[in-house]
Design a protein around this ligand. Structure first.
Ligand SMILES: Cc1ncc(COP(=O)(O)O)c(C=O)c1O
Length: 424
């Protein structure tokens, strides 16, 4: 294979139709004023420049209108969330009335489990990845305890085989064949936060449903990263945040999907609050809950329009790019990074080599471990370290260039060469 040069990277950027969108984001700077090499979009996406304008719009309306802004502001605060339904439905592969921007991921997970974790004396177990994000474990374990079950009996953890880094679908299938009749809920990631493994939602939902289990997905690392198909996959529910690939800012409002076949189910338990009440009757202030149509009935509280303002700025960019074109660039960019990293001495990429099995994140083990990570930071690379031995690198396609991928690899090569020289 001929070497990929800086000139090659620049040529790829010149041919990239999405390259102009990079200008729509603020780039953090190093002390000398140059841009950092930002590969941390899997953790916190960059700020869309319009976020400030859209927040200022709401601040101005608040300043000039006070409470009348709920109905009279330019963006009509009581209906502010409605503008997100179509773009979010496109991002997660759902119908608009199946998705809501609301609350936060872990809160939404608890709300969804109230509706979809319905344990009985014989069917009460929950299947989760052993390496699922800790908040999912805490949520699930606390739900089990709330219902009076112990984790040693009721929690089934899926782990990669000894010496492997990713889950095999046949192992998930095997667990469900053995335990399925006792399982109330299967909760998996759309894309695993640690390994970067992408899951086939449709396959998993079909397996879970074949055994009579409800199925939900944590899409924190999948939304805005890979194409999704929640409705067709027939997922019961999904939850996500918007602060990673969706770039809506730290602690941004989260998302909830509930499949439409559950919307009219009167017997489904649900925790309720006034913002889930139909807007037509919400301000009549009656004690009886009149559910809003679709997933909006799960909303609990008045939301923050400031968080929504940043989401608005970000979703406009997704609409401009289109998820198809974005995925195409993502595959090209991540493959480029993979091909540059894989041959390096002292680097083991343990995310799949197959673009279909991953999104924009590559998880790597490197010689020197944490010291190498710290050296990367000192050289102006933003990425993250996950215990015990993983560096995650995400060339988010909305704002990352081929040149940055090239430069990152160059820095990593230098840092690792120094680390290996120290060891010798
Ligand atoms: C996979 C995954 N699940 C859940 C969470 C928790 O999200 P939140 O703090 O928005 O509830 C995170 C946060 O990074 C995450 O990465």
């Amino acid at each position: 294979m001929t070497a990929f040069t800086l000139a090659d990277a620049k040529a790829r950027d010149a041919a990239d139709k999405l390259a102009p969108l990079r200008q729509a984001f603020h780039k953090p700077k190093q002390a000398d004023g140059s841009d950092v090499l930002y590969f941390g979009g899997n953790s916190l996406g960059l700020m869309p420049k319009k976020a400030r304008d859209y927040m200022t719009e709401e601040l101005d309306d608040w300043a000039t209108m006070g409470v009348t802004g709920y109905f009279a502001s330019r963006n009509n605060w009581v209906r502010y969330h409605e503008q997100f339904k179509e773009p979010l439905a496109r991002l997660v592969g759902a119908l608009p009335h199946e998705v809501a921007a609301m609350l936060t991921l872990t809160a939404n997970l608890h709300l969804a489990m109230v509706s979809f974790y319905r344990p009985t004396p014989s069917r009460y177990k929950i299947v989760i990845e052993k390496q699922a994000f800790p908040s999912d474990h805490y949520a699930i374990r606390s739900q089990l305890a709330f219902h009076g079950f112990g984790t040693s009996d009721a929690l089934i953890e899926l782990a990669p085989r000894e010496g492997e880094d990713t889950l095999r679908m046949e192992d998930v299938e095997h667990v469900l064949e053995v335990e399925g009749a006792n399982v109330a809920l299967v909760l998996l990631s759309g894309l695993a936060y640690y390994s970067g493994q992408r899951f086939d939602l449709k396959k998993i939902a079909a397996m879970a449903h074949a055994h009579g289990c409800a199925v939900g997905f944590d899409l924190a690392h999948a939304v805005g990263n890979v194409p999704l198909n929640l409705h067709d996959a027939d997922a019961d529910f999904a939850v996500w945040c918007h602060y990673k690939y969706v770039n809506a800012g730290p602690g941004a409002v989260g998302g909830l999907f509930v499949h439409e076949r559950h919307h009219a189910h009167k017997g489904l338990p649900r925790l309720e609050g006034w913002w889930g009440n139909n807007l037509d009757t919400r301000f009549k202030m009656g004690p009886e809950f009149d559910p809003a149509p679709g997933v909006d009935a799960w909303q609990l509280s008045n939301y923050s329009v400031f968080s929504f303002a940043a989401l608005r700025a970000s979703l406009e960019l997704f609409e401009k790019a289109g998820m198809g074109a974005l995925r195409e660039k993502s595959v090209a960019l991540t493959t480029c990074l993979y091909d540059l990293l894989a041959p390096l001495d002292g680097v083991e990429v343990f995310t799949s080599a197959d673009p279909e099995q991953r999104g924009a994140q590559l998880s790597v083990r490197v010689a020197g471990g944490r010291k190498t990570f710290e050296a990367l930071q000192a050289h102006g690379v933003v990425c993250d370290w996950r215990e015990p031995d993983c560096i995650r690198l995400a060339p988010a396609p909305l704002y990352t260039s081929f040149e940055e991928v090239y430069r990152l690899t160059d820095v990593l090569r230098q840092v690792i060469t120094q680390q290996l020289a120290r060891v010798v």
